[in-house]
Ligand binder design. Structure first.
Ligand SMILES: [Mg+2]
Length: 173
C-alpha cells in the first residue's frame, strides 16, 4: 500500500485498545511520561442514558488525581449535561467540542498546560476521539463503548465503519 494511505489508516488506529477505563494501565501511563488525560464522557465513563457516574467511576477518577494526572473531560455533548456531571467533582471540561476538530483539543491542552506527547486521550469512538487525538499527536486509548443508549447517528454510521476498522486493527492487540 502507498505510504500516504498507511499514514491515513494510522490516524484511525488507537495506541491501545482496552475493554473499559478500568483496564487502562495507569502505571504504564506514568512510565510513558503521560501527565494529562483527556476523557470522553458518554459511553466512556458514563452510559449515555445515565444521569450519574457509577461509584466505580468516581473512585477511578479520584485515583487518577491521586496518581498526579491532570484530567479534562472533552465531550461533544451539551454544556448542561457535561457540567451537571463534572462540576461536582471539580473536573474541568470542554463541551460541545465538535471532535475530531483540533480546536477543542487545543483548548483542553491549554487548560491542562501539557504538551501533546505527555497527554493521553481515552474515548470510545474512532472517528471523533481516536482520529482527533491522533491528529493532535496524543497517546490515544480506545475503550469498548459502555452499554446503553446511543445517539442515532453514531449507531447508524460511525459504529458500522468502526466495525470494519476494528476488524483490520484487531490483530495488533
Ligand atoms: Mg463517547
Amino acid at each position: 500500500m502507498k505510504r500516504g494511505v498507511l499514514e491515513l489508516i494510522d490516524l484511525f488506529c488507537p495506541k491501545a485498545y482496552v475493554s473499559s477505563v478500568f483496564d487502562v494501565d495507569l502505571q504504564q501511563m506514568t512510565s510513558r511520561g503521560i501527565k494529562g488525560i483527556f476523557l470522553d464522557l458518554d459511553n466512556t465513563i458514563i452510559r449515555r442514558d445515565a444521569a450519574l457516574f457509577s461509584p466505580d467511576v468516581v473512585r477511578w477518577l479520584q485515583e487518577l488525581r491521586c496518581r498526579g494526572f491532570k484530567v479534562v473531560v472533552v465531550s461533544n455533548n451539551s454544556h448542561k449535561r457535561v457540567s451537571d456531571l463534572v462540576d461536582p467533582l471539580g473536573i474541568p471540561a470542554v463541551c460541545r467540542a465538535v471532535k475530531p476538530w483540533k480546536r477543542p483539543f487545543r483548548r483542553a491542552l491549554e487548560m491542562l498546560g501539557t504538551e501533546p506527547r505527555e497527554t493521553a486521550l481515552i474515548g470510545d469512538q474512532i472517528f471523533t476521539d481516536i482520529f482527533g487525538g491522533n491528529r493532535m499527536g496524543l497517546y490515544t486509548i480506545l475503550v469498548k463503548p459502555m452499554p446503553g443508549g446511543e445517539f442515532w447517528g453514531t449507531r447508524l454510521f460511525s459504529r458500522q465503519l468502526e466495525k470494519l476498522i476494528l476488524k483490520k486493527i484487531k490483530k495488533f492487540f
